[in-house]
Design a protein around this ligand. Structure first.
Ligand code: 5IU
Length: 273
């Protein structure tokens, strides 16, 4: 049912503040594009974010890729998020026991919980990882995505693993707002008639219009396949937007605009069908 509902409608039913803010931003800016900025140099990182900012609902970071990290980068990122009206998703992929991930999330060099509205975790350790992250993130009004499926060839995230990830999210649905996955997850593994009203947000990497994949197992589908055919909510695009020449800011801006258009028209077609 959530499949055909508008992002704005779905926002109203969300109790988690990060989930609600994300869906509201998508509706307000008419975009389901999240740009993934995997760059090494802070100057490239910030210039790309400033260029794509108008076209995105969310920026996805791997903060530990940056060289010469300093806190002013976070301050600048937060300024850009305000200027362009988008949220921040640190793709940290936590994977340890609850006690450890709580420290990794709150402390250390990056203090992720203090600036990332959304982060993610592998369900492999079991519910303790959600408890650990929630102990830090929930009071800060953050949201968590569980990695239910990966985009790479041969990924082990399938079958009962994916089902149990959804069950784990159900138990902690105040803090777990959705999944990184390749298709809609509502109702998966639930008894008939149960979980009718659940509405998990699906964010999907492995999106590209030109390439079918890379040399290291990445697999790409188009925004249309992901949003219209598979019922995902947010397309995550990295190299398809920032490309090979990080100084080509006009090209980067143009590609962000194109992906925004493709993702949004697939969504409009979905809710109208
Ligand atoms: N990413 C994936 N696939 C996944 C998960 C995360 O590609 O299943 I979970 C990340 C890796 C990279 C971005 O940061 O999403 C995709 O980048 P490209 O669009 O450049 O392939």
């Amino acid at each position: 049912t959530a499949y055909k509902r508008s992002y704005g409608d779905r926002a109203k039913a969300q109790s988690n503040p990060a989930a609600r803010a994300l869906l509201e931003t998508m509706e307000r800016k008419k975009t389901n594009l999240c740009v993934s900025v995997d760059t090494v140099k802070p100057a490239d990182f910030l210039a790309i974010i400033d260029a794509v900012g108008p076209y995105i609902c969310l920026i996805k970071t791997h903060i530990d890729i940056l060289e010469d990290f300093e806190w002013s980068i976070i301050e600048r990122l937060e300024e850009l998020a305000k200027k362009h009206d988008f949220l921040i998703f640190e793709d940290r992929k936590f994977a340890d026991i609850g006690n450890t991930v709580a420290m990794q999330y709150a402390a250390g060099v990056y203090k992720i919980a203090s600036w990332a509205h959304i982060t993610n975790a592998h369900p492999v350790p079991g519910p303790s990882i959600v408890k650990g992250l929630s102990s830090i993130g929930f009071p800060l009004q953050r949201g968590l995505l569980l990695l239910a499926e990966m985009s790479t060839a041969g990924a082990l995230t399938k079958g009962t693993y994916t089902e149990e990830a959804v069950q784990m999210a159900r138990v902690h649905n105040d803090f777990v707002i959705g999944f990184i996955a390749q298709r809609r997850m509502n109702g998966i593994g639930a008894a008939p008639g149960e979980a009718q009203d659940e509405d998990f947000i699906i964010l999907t990497p492995g999106v590209g219009l030109e390439a079918k994949g890379d040399a290291m197992g990445q697999q790409y589908r188009t925004p249309r396949e992901v949003v219209l055919e598979s019922g995902c909510d947010v397309i995550i695009v990295g190299r398809g937007v920032y490309g090979k020449d990080l100084s080509d800011i006009d090209g980067i801006r143009a590609r962000a605009e194109r992906y925004r258009g493709e993702g949004w028209s697939a969504y409009l077609e979905r809710i109208a069908s």
